[in-house]
Every structure is written in C-alpha cells, then in structure tokens.
Design a protein around this ligand. Structure first.
Ligand SMILES: Nc1ncnc2c1ncn2[C@@H]1O[C@H](COP(=O)(O)OP(=O)(O)OP(=O)(O)O)[C@@H](O)[C@H]1O
Length: 353
C-alpha cells in the first residue's frame, strides 16, 4: 500500500544543510499497522510528512496505493491526498468550530452538500463515541475526546491510509490505551492501513504489527513486532525495549563484576525468552528435575503478550558443579526458547564470605 524507495530529505538551514533522511526504503502492506520509532531528531516527522508529501523528498520515490506521489503535480497531489488521513499530537482542531463542524470541515471544503455531510458525519461521531458531544467546542473536551475528533475528521474523506504523528504523546497512559484501541478497531473495521510515528515502545507493542526503528535518518532495523521484541539486533532497538522490559538484574546481583569465565561461588545468569507455545511449556521444571544438583534461582520473570502471541522473559541464576551447570545450559539450548548467557556473577551477600 505504501512504498518508499531511497527517500532522502535535506533541509537548508542557516547553519548549512541538515540531512534528515538518508536513504529510506520501506514497504507497508494494505491493512497493516506499521510503527516507526525513533529518538527525538531521528527523522520520524520528516518521514511521515514525506509519505503525504507535506514535505517533498530531496530524492527518492513515494508510492501510495500504486500511485507515485513524487511524480505528481500540485493538482494531482491535492486529489490523491484525500486517500491519506492524518492525526497529530496536538490535535490541530478549529477552536471556533464545534465537534460536528470540525469533522465536517474537509467535506465542506470538498463542496459536499449539507445533507450528504450529515450522512457521513453522524456515523463517524458514533464510531469515535462522540454522539453526545457534537455541538460542543474543542475547549470543552478532554485530550482523548479531542483526538477522537481528530480521528473522525481524518476518516471523513474515507482515506485508505491513516498517518498518526505522535497521536498519543500528549495523552495520559489510560487515555492513550483507549485511543490506541480505537485506532486498532478502526483498522480492522475499515481495513485501513495505519502508520504510527512514536518515540514510545509501549505504543508499538500495543497496536503495531510491524515496526521500523529509525536512527539519524536511516532505518536501523525493521521486522514484525514480536521478532523485534524477542530478538532485537541493534543497540538502539535494545535500548527502546529495555525501557519496557525490566532487564535490570535483581539488587543482589546488580553492580557486581560480570565474568565470561566461571568464578567461584558465582551464579551463571541466563536470560530466557519464551515465545508463543513455549511460553506455557514447563521447561524450567523439566531442567530442575533433570539436574537436581544444579541450584536454579529465578531472579526475574514476566509474561506478556504481543498481538495474539504470548511471550515471557526470565532471568535465572544457575550454580553448582561447573560441568553440571554447562549441561543444564545445553539442555535449555535444546528447547524452544531463546537463551542469552549474561555471565557469572557473585551475589553481593556472598562476596564478603
Ligand atoms: N524545517 C526544517 N529545517 C531545518 N531542519 C529541520 C527542519 N525540520 C526538521 N529538521 C531537522 O531534521 C532532523 C529530523 O527532524 P524530525 O522533526 O523529522 O525528527 P523527529 O524524529 O520527528 O523528532 P521529534 O520526535 O523531536 O519531533 C532534525 O535534525 C531536525 O532538526
């Protein structure tokens, strides 16, 4: 549905040229919710604005629904932009217009009759749950309600693509969840392709099917959300994820020297990731039964879900005779899980002995 081919964008600034995008290639399938995550200044807003050509790329091609936007003149672009709705962090509503008038605005601009507008706006008010607020003004609404108006307005011209530029960044966590649920429901109901720009991994986890990590104007990594969460490759991706998954070691192990080589009285710390079916598999119980001479301590654990796929993260500490600990590790390696050896660490309270 969306294809970006070698997109570059360089801004001129008094201090010289700023290369915001340095060759972006992306493909987003119809009906997908695709997240683009990056730190401040990474190029997210520039990228999303290149998709609807609010910003013209310096080089490269943009295709939406098979049409090349980068080859269009202004009139063609205006027509094609109706296929691309957009919602913003600060909602961008008309403060002197009611909820109804805000949603009707793009239809009025397009010259639609009042009756036809009513036919379109009423179901949209219902879709976003604002039937009772139709005649209120934005200043009388909460942030979440304002964004609902933004969503309804974006949907008024029946777009095929919805671009969300930090659409929940100004909202509290509970309202964020409700808005993300609404976006996902609309995505399913209307088979809408959704692009979500965010700096929060939680947003990606909550609604996206796929994600691209953008760093200094290039795509550092991309893939399905479950793959990126359970098997991140790039340091920047690991950093985003570590904000969500408490990767920190328990206090008794934190700050201690981590050794790649076995050290006396140390625990071998292993991070385990269980994906899908294996999240329910009693692998650890099996290992404990098979290696009773290896002491197994669970140091951290959580069970989560991305879309329909359950996944669990765990840190275990293994201690005992070296060969037996290695054998237990080998046993884990034969199982359907991802294991990552952190290293040998002494508990703080045992170092003094
Ligand atoms: N109009 C402009 N003129 C000059 N430089 C710009 C312009 N817009 C953006 N930039 C620069 O381009 C780079 C990417 O900016 P962009 O706004 O796309 O990043 P972002 O990832 O959306 O950041 P944020 O999350 O802070 O909005 C930054 O270095 C920014 O300073």
């Amino acid at each position: 549905m969306i294809k970006l081919s070698h997109i570059e964008k360089t801004y001129d600034s008094p201090a010289g040229p700023v290369a915001a995008l340095k060759g972006i290639d992306l493909e987003i399938a119809r009906g997908e919710i695709f997240g683009i995550i990056g730190l401040s200044g990474a190029g997210k807003s520039t990228l999303v604005r290149c998709i609807n050509m609010l910003e013209r790329p310096t080089a490269g091609q943009v295709f939406v629904d098979g049409k090349e936007l980068t080859a269009m003149d202004a009139a063609e672009l205006r027509k094609t932009r109706k296929d691309i709705g957009m919602i913003f962090q600060h909602f961008n509503l008309l403060s002197s217009a009611t909820v109804y008038e805000n949603i009707a605005f793009p239809l009025k601009l397009a010259g639609m009759s009042a009756d036809k507008i009513r036919e379109k706006v009423e179901p949209l008010l219902k879709l976003v749950g604002l039937e009772a607020k139709a005649s209120q003004y934005p200043s009388q609404l909460s942030g979440g309600q304002k964004q609902r108006v933004g969503i309804a307005r974006a949907l008024a011209s029946e777009p095929k693509v919805l671009l969300c530029d930090e659409a929940t960044s100004a909202l509290d966590p509970q309202t964020t969840k409700a808005i993300l649920e609404l976006i996902r429901a609309i995505n399913r109901k209307l088979q809408l392709t959704v692009v979500v720009i965010t700096h929060e991994m939680q947003v990606i986890k909550d609604i996206c099917d796929k994600v691209a990590v953008i760093d200094q104007g290039v795509i550092a990594e991309q893939g399905s959300v479950i793959d990126i969460f359970t098997n991140p490759q790039q340091p920047i991706t690991k950093e985003f994820i570590s904000v969500l998954l408490s990767n920190d070691l328990p206090a008794a192990f934190r700050g201690g020297r981590i050794s790649a080589e076995p050290i006396e009285d140390a625990y071998l710390l292993v991070r385990l990731t269980f994906i899908g079916e294996s999240a329910d598999d009693p692998v650890l119980a099996g290992m404990i039964r098979k290696f009773p001479d290896v002491e197994t301590t669970m140091l951290f654990g959580n069970l989560d879900q991305i879309r329909a796929t359950p996944f669990g993260r765990m840190i275990v500490g293994l201690t005992g005779p070296h060969e037996r600990v290695q054998a237990a590790l080998e046993y884990l390696r034969t199982k359907e899980l991802k294991e990552e050896v952190i290293g040998y660490v002494r508990r703080h309270d045992t170092t003094a002995v």
